[in-house]
Design a protein around this ligand. Sequence first.
Ligand code: NAD
Ligand code: SER
Length: 311
Amino acid sequence: MSKILVLGSCGQIGTELVLALREKFGNQTVIAADLKEACPTILNNGPYIQLDALDKEGVRSYIIGENIKEVYLLAALLSATAEKNPEFAWRLNMEGLFTILDLAKEGQLQKIFWPSSIAVFGPTTPANQTPQHTVMEPTTVYGISKQAGERWCEYYFNKYGVDVRSIRYPGLISYKSLPGGGTTDYAVDIFYKAKSEGKFTCFLNADTALPMMFMDDAIRATIELMEVPSEQIKIRSAYNLAGCSFTPAELAFEIKSIQPNFEIDYAPDFRQTIADSWPNSIDDSAAASDWGWKAHFDTKAMVKVMLENVQ
Ligand code: NAD
Ligand code: SER
């Protein structure tokens, strides 16, 4: 089994993705890498290296030296954090991608996973059941970087045959690791506050619908997409993926059905504008027909698991 590198492994997705890949391929096969000096203890079951995605030569020599053949590139600034530092966000979100795409172009890597986001869509996109192919005029630096990344992935596939695969993740909801600065983070924070204080102040309005997904579905989708034979993958930009869509009020309603004393109020901040520019729900029929994608968790099931597991 050739080695797999997860770069940006200590974040919300990386933590769970590394654990799932190790379970499937063996602990020593999957190397976790991140800017952080030490990885979370949950990842102590396998190799870890401190690696800066912006250190092009460092990344290249590590991948070549270790004979790594597959990379999951997760290092990025998310939507809310990126708005506070647009220049750096653009640099981080694009440069690391080129380093990995070029390694694949040279034949050093066989397969790449690079995540896109619902942030590629913008205010001119049809908001309900947003189609795979539609108007895409993102208004955030994060969305612009993801849209550009998608274009480059497709270009490297068409021009150089690079086997790069991608998903437009919705907002991800998890309890094993915390989110890292996105507009959808409220949908994780709400569970911690529900458990610790019984109330939550939401930074989005009550009626702001956004596409969301429970992390188990997102990890399964990622691994399923990476296992599909190359010729089955018709979209080399990024696949739309749907889990469950809800508003903060609808999420609060589901929490109240299990925890009746839960209370929510609303104090929208700059993230409201970002959320308003994103879809309400996603049409993922292309992923369903090309590689058999189907979500398992609806909002009710996700809320139950979150309330049972959030510490
Ligand atoms: P996160 O912020 O939780 O984790 C990112 C990780 O990358 C962190 O551990 C951070 O230390 C690391 N990192 C940052 N700069 C680095 C660098 N220079 N070198 C190496 N590591 C570095 O993010 P996440 O939620 O796990 O997201 C991972 C990817 O998935 C990102 O590309 C993000 O845009 C995408 N995505 C996430 C979501 C979501 O809801 N979480 C939704 C859509 C897309
Ligand atoms: N969850 C991410 C964010 O809010 C979407 O890509 O930034």
